[in-house]
Design a protein around this ligand. Structure first.
Ligand SMILES: C[S@@+](CC[C@H](N)C(=O)[O-])C[C@H]1O[C@@H](n2cnc3c(N)ncnc32)[C@H](O)[C@@H]1O
Length: 516
């Protein structure tokens, strides 16, 4: 498989491992207490912070990263000269002998995207899919990079979204009226894209209707199919008339159905004007087509109108239409799915999730990440207004919690467990480091139990401000039986033979906690 190379790639391919695990600090909850999250911060750290709980759990990811157009005059920088990203590039490369000035804007963009896509791939569930909006500036690079990260065989398709019509006659040679949406699954064999229910079918094709829905008629005899004498036989109409396949332009046609099928499904035949027909029903949806036309999925203006209707003004440049993102969510997830957008911008993805839930009674959850300071007054504010209603629009209901990136789980200077980190987050991390599965707090009378994995029970006997000791007193508190016990504590007073006999593995806090 051809691979893409660029300056800085060597330094970046494993960079996701060096990103510190940070705690997500909840600042407030708005509306109902749901699992919906809006996280303010760089998505590299936010995605890493989500791993312990959400690895392999996200059904649908939609991202709309900066396209690297070079435009710096929007509310966000649409290139890699954003001060946050410049600082991140500088910090990441400063010891490598490469200076940020050695990188072209394409190198920088690829370095920025690579580790973030690696983490997104880890978060995706086995039956999940990612959709990435992009334009000509980076489309070719992104495709090759995704082949490497997601695997060529997991490529779902490249959709073309017609985003505008008209104007542009002053463009050089070609007026670009489209963007791309590149889509990959985590595991192609476990993934199935849903039907496109928005596709505009031609109503003229389904002029009739019965209790099963709208339908059209198609003659049972066809001159165009492979002729077979066994498909030429008489069919008797309910009024006793006997019909044969017609002779069309001097050529004998034959029935599409065998004699047996006609006998078995006689009730499905329609007799009209001396001809035999079958019904074809209007389908609920069709297999996704690669062209997404603006009349159905919205265009750039639609995204602007969506946000203007909420704020009265347009506080954000080029938000995507709600209808477009809604479409990706509906073809790639079920009603309980978690939807992630780590380049959230004005929060269109949350808007789409809340709208869809309202329409079909679903319980989808969203996780948004936005680095810029408008995460609160544009992203979160838009979601609040969608929940409560705006203008004439009734609210969708629901709620979300707003988070900031907090302390690191490991102190970056000492490398030891950070005492200031939230204990529940440390428990999440320890469980994830041990099992690589998402943490789900167990129902137990023993507060130190993390859970059962395989045939072992994991205990994290940790207190922020005091040393803990694995001894007989602690063992008395364990009532749940397991084949093996993995117990973290500060000290251990049990002998090796006692531990062997009771199948206990002692792990010292914090030295023995694996850094992932
Ligand atoms: C093209 S906009 C997304 C627009 C969005 N789809 C909408 O409809 O409003 C890209 C967003 O990603 C944000 N962004 C860029 N780099 C980021 C990073 N490293 N972490 C989090 N957000 C980032 C930018 O601040 C910007 O708001």
């Amino acid at each position: 498989m051809p691979t893409l190379n660029w300056i800085g790639k060597d330094k970046i391919v494993n960079h996701h491992n060096d990103v510190p695990f940070k705690v997500l600090e909840k600042k407030y909850t708005f509306g109902d207490d749901t699992e919906n999250m809006i996280i303010h911060g760089d998505n590299l750290e936010a995605l890493k912070a989500l791993l312990p709980k959400y690895e392999n759990s996200i059904k649908c990811i939609y991202i709309d990263p900066p396209y690297n157009t070079g435009n710096e005059h929007w509310v966000y920088n649409d290139n890699v000269n954003d001060p946050h990203i410049q600082k991140w590039l500088h910090d990441t490369f400063h010891e490598s002998g490469i200076t940020v000035d050695d990188l072209t804007r394409h190198d920088k963009w690829l370095c920025m995207m690579y580790p973030r896509l690696v983490l997104l791939q880890k978060l995706l569930s086995n039956d999940g899919a990612i959709f990435i909006s992009i334009d000509d500036n980076e489309q070719a690079n992104l495709k090759l990079m995704c082949d490497e990260i997601f695997g060529q065989s997991n490529f779902i398709g490249e959709l073309i979204w017609k985003k505008k019509q008209g104007g542009g006659n002053d463009s050089n040679n070609v007026v670009v009226e489209h963007e791309y949406i590149i889509s990959y699954s985590k595991s192609f064999s476990s993934f199935r894209l849903g039907l496109d229910e928005n596709y505009q079918l031609d109503d003229k094709l389904y002029p009739l209707s019965d209790e099963k829905g709208q339908y059209g008629l198609i003659t049972l005899d066809k001159a165009s199919i492979q002729f077979s004498q066994s498909l030429v036989f008489e069919i008797e109409t309910p009024s006793g008339e006997k019909l044969l396949p017609r002779i069309v332009k001097g050529k004998q046609s034959c029935w599409r159905w065998s004699k047996e099928k006609v006998q078995k499904q006689y009730n499905e035949l329609v007799f009209k004007n001396g001809k035999v027909y079958t019904k074809y029903y209007r389908p609920k949806g069709i297999t996704q087509r690669s062209l997404l036309i603006d009349a159905v999925y919205g265009r750039t203006e639609t995204g602007n109108d969506d946000i203007k209707a909420i704020f009265g003004t347009k506080p954000f440049d080029y938000p995507k239409p709600v209808s477009l993102i809604k479409h990706f969510i509906s073809i790639a997830s079920d009603k309980d799915a978690i939807i992630l957008d780590s380049f959230a911008g004005s929060g269109t993805t949350a808007h789409a999730v809340l709208n869809l839930n309202k329409t079909d009674g679903g319980n989808r959850k969203f996780i948004l990440v936005e680095m810029c300071d408008y995460a609160e007054n544009i992203t979160a504010e838009r979601v609040r207004r969608v929940i409560n209603g705006y203008g004439e629009k009734e609210g969708t209901g629901g709620g979300f919690s707003f988070y900031e990136l907090g302390t690191e789980i490991f102190d970056s200077k000492t490398g030891l467990l950070n005492n200031n980190a939230d204990t529940e987050k440390i428990r999440e991390y320890v469980w994830f480091a041990e099992t690589h599965t998402p943490f789900c707090a167990p129902k137990s009378t023993n507060n130190y139990l993390l859970g059962t994995y395989g045939r072992a029970d994991y205990y994290f006997y940790y207190e922020k401000n005091e040393e803990t000791t694995l001894d007989w007193d602690f063992l008395q508190t364990i009532t749940q039986k397991a084949d093996q016990y993995i117990i973290y504590a500060d000290r251990c007073l049990l002998s090796d033979s006692e531990m062997q006999q009771l199948n206990i593995v002692f792990k010292k806090i914090p030295r023995d906690i694996k850094k992932i």
